[in-house]
Design a protein around this ligand. Structure first.
Ligand SMILES: O=C(O)CCC(=O)C(=O)O
Length: 241
């Protein structure tokens, strides 16, 4: 990340990584995802039943499903970009996101939401695209700068309609290529449109944060250190200062 990229990310709240992940990895991710969707391997979030019974919307807990998912989550293309905003010590959080949005053909909207409150500015979401995301198949839309709001706002506003809402008019669509990676501050409001096609639109969703140097517990089973170290730089009380 250049200084200008960092400024862009901090100001707008999102960043498209310019380099694509290797096609060989994307193929393997799609193959294992095919298998888990076909065999309906839980845990799963289902599409609303008006799409038919048993249509997979989301596969949860992907990091435990197959090593290919962890390979993608720790790929240097992603970690190098994250290092630009998170610094050298990076943790992957397994109790947040850790899923694949399968978004089958005709999949319903992802309603507007912000993943974190604006005071928790450390958490970065990475979307890794296993298939191209377009206006037609309901690409994600982000409200630029909304991570910097200086007022309270419900994280999951109950607008009657995805389109007829203030966030729709303030948002920008984020079409992404297959193999592309989109990073965004999880405090940004975002949502995704209906998938108007007959094909799925898959993307992995992962959460990263900087290892907090003052964290007391260094080994937490739900955090994977994926780059750097968990240094301890606390200030223990010393009589002599
Ligand atoms: O791209 C999408 O369909 C929605 C992404 C999202 O908000 C999520 O995966 O939590």
């Amino acid at each position: 990340m250049t200084d200008e990229d960092r400024w862009y990310f901090l100001h707008n709240g999102f960043y498209r990584v310019p380099t694509l992940l290797p096609e060989d990895l994307i193929k393997r991710l799609n193959l294992v995802t095919d298998e888990h969707v076909e065999q309906k391997i839980e845990p799963i979030v289902w599409e609303p039943s008006d799409l038919g019974e048993g249509v997979v919307r989301r596969l949860s807990k992907i990091l435990e499903r197959d090593p290919a998912y962890m390979e993608a989550a720790t790929h240097p293309i992603i970690l190098d970009a994250l290092e630009g905003v998170l610094g050298p010590n990076i943790e992957l959080i397994s109790n947040k996101h850790n899923h694949i949005m399968v978004r089958p053909g005709k999949s319903a909207v992802v309603p507007w939401h912000s993943g974190e409150e604006p005071w928790d500015v450390r958490l970065i979401t990475a979307l890794i695209y296993l298939q191209a995301s377009t206006m037609e198949n309901g690409c994600i839309r982000i409200v630029p700068g909304s991570h910097q709001r200086h007022f309270q706002h419900p994280r999951q506003p109950t607008y009657k309609s995805f389109h007829d809402s203030p966030f729709f008019f303030r948002s920008v669509p984020m079409p992404m290529p297959r193999g592309g990676v989109l990073l965004f501050n999880d405090c940004c409001f975002h949502g995704a449109d209906v998938n108007h096609t007959d094909q799925s639109r898959r993307s992995m969703t992962l959460a990263y944060q900087s290892h907090d140097v003052h964290d007391i517990r260094k080994d937490e089973p739900e955090k994977f250190l994926v780059r750097g170290e968990r240094a301890y730089v606390g200030h223990p009380f010393k009589k002599d200062g």
